[in-house]
Design a protein around this ligand. Structure first.
Ligand code: CO
Ligand code: CO
Length: 345
């Protein structure tokens, strides 16, 4: 059987372009302005939002990457759950999707592509999303993902940069998918744990999003390639607030700290730390492997959102009732200014 992760050049997980390089590429480009563009590149968020009428806007996002797991069906499911996630993170409802396929027609059997697409479709079906088309190119390395369009009310957009003092932060999925998939390449992960992590990545953020929509949420994003602290940093920058995180309260897959201590860290973790580490003050009591975990790039990670502290109990109860049993309060928004992240044990 083809081991999909062995076909990925460099053996690493899908690294995003470094943000500084992307900024350089975009800098000075004249991006057209439009009164109906409610969320665009001027204030980038999880997805773009464009107003159609006073009561309807469309939310648009796109994501694709090479395989991080060996089973093609699982890879398709994970890629689809990941692509839909940014719509949920904006408070939207995904409606239509288009496949993006890069496939090595000479190096791989087409039955593998079929399984990838079946996996993607199974998650779209679960989410109530219609596949309307797609595009494929012959490429030396398999990559799959989707562009997704959702609906949202123009006044009910959940942005990531709207933290307020007195709020707590809740994360809905465990961290560690980057470290686990790195350790799995070395054959160190038991099939049982791998199953748990694959199911975690293939789980839609839909149930969590449905709960969140009914709560007085301040800010919301999803945790993906920049890691927990990278995405938290995006929430903090420009918010005028600082946050305090309790590292031991952050949900994580079992074994990740041990593998981290062995140096089984994905390359993206180091670039995440290099990019945002300057915003973070670690209490020396937080062990290095736990610090690293907070920068681990996530595939199809959970939602990270803020809401008033007195609502935290209700939020957790509703999330647990909706099947989001891994959700936990991970920190709070402090009143002092400075836009810093403090991590205590
Ligand atoms: Co996002
Ligand atoms: Co995104």
């Amino acid at each position: 059987m083809t081991r999909l992760t062995r076909t990925v050049r460099g053996g690493g997980c899908a690294a995003k372009l470094p943000p500084a390089d992307l900024d350089r590429a975009l800098c000075g480009l004249e991006i057209p302005v439009d009164d109906d563009l409610l969320v665009g590149l001027q204030h980038p968020d999880d997805a773009g939002v464009y107003r159609v009428t006073d009561s309807l806007a469309i939310v648009q996002t796109v994501d694709f990457f090479p395989p991080m797991v060996d089973d093609p069906f699982d890879f398709g499911r994970i890629a689809a759950a990941n692509a839909l996630s940014d719509i949920y993170a904006m408070g939207g409802t995904p409606r239509t999707a288009m496949n993006l396929v890069m496939f090595p027609s000479k190096g791989m059997d087409f039955s593998i592509l079929r399984r990838v697409l079946e996996g993607g479709l199974s998650v779209l079906r679960e989410a109530g999303v219609v596949l309307v088309g797609g595009h494929s190119i012959d490429d030396p390395e398999l990559k799959y993902g989707l562009s997704v369009t959702g609906f949202i009310h123009p006044e009910r957009i959940l942005k990531k940069r709207s933290l307020s003092p007195g709020e707590v932060l809740i994360l809905t999925k465990p961290l560690g998918t980057g470290i686990v998939t790195t350790a799995a390449r070395g054959g160190l992960v038991s099939p049982d744990l791998m199953r748990v992590v694959v199911e975690g990545m293939a789980t839609l953020n839909r149930n969590a999003a449905h709960v969140i929509r009914e709560l007085p949420v301040g800010a919301c994003t999803d945790v993906t390639g920049f890691g927990f602290l990278g995405h938290l940093a995006e929430m903090v920058v420009g918010s005028g607030s600082s946050v305090v995180i309790s590292a031991s309260a952050v949900p994580a897959y079992p074994g990740v700290e041990e593998w981290g201590a062995m140096g089984l860290l994905p390359a993206g973790l180091h670039s995440n730390r290099a990019f945002r580490g300057c915003m973070v003050d670690f209490d020396p009591a937080v062990p290095l492997p736990l610090q690293d975990l907070l920068f681990d790039p996530q595939t199809s990670g959970g939602l990270l959102f803020s809401l008033p502290g007195e609502q935290a109990g209700d939020a957790l109860r509703l999330l647990h009732e909706a099947g989001v049993r891994t959700a936990a309060v991970v920190g709070m928004v402090a009143s002092r200014d400075g836009e810093r992240i403090t991590v205590t044990l």
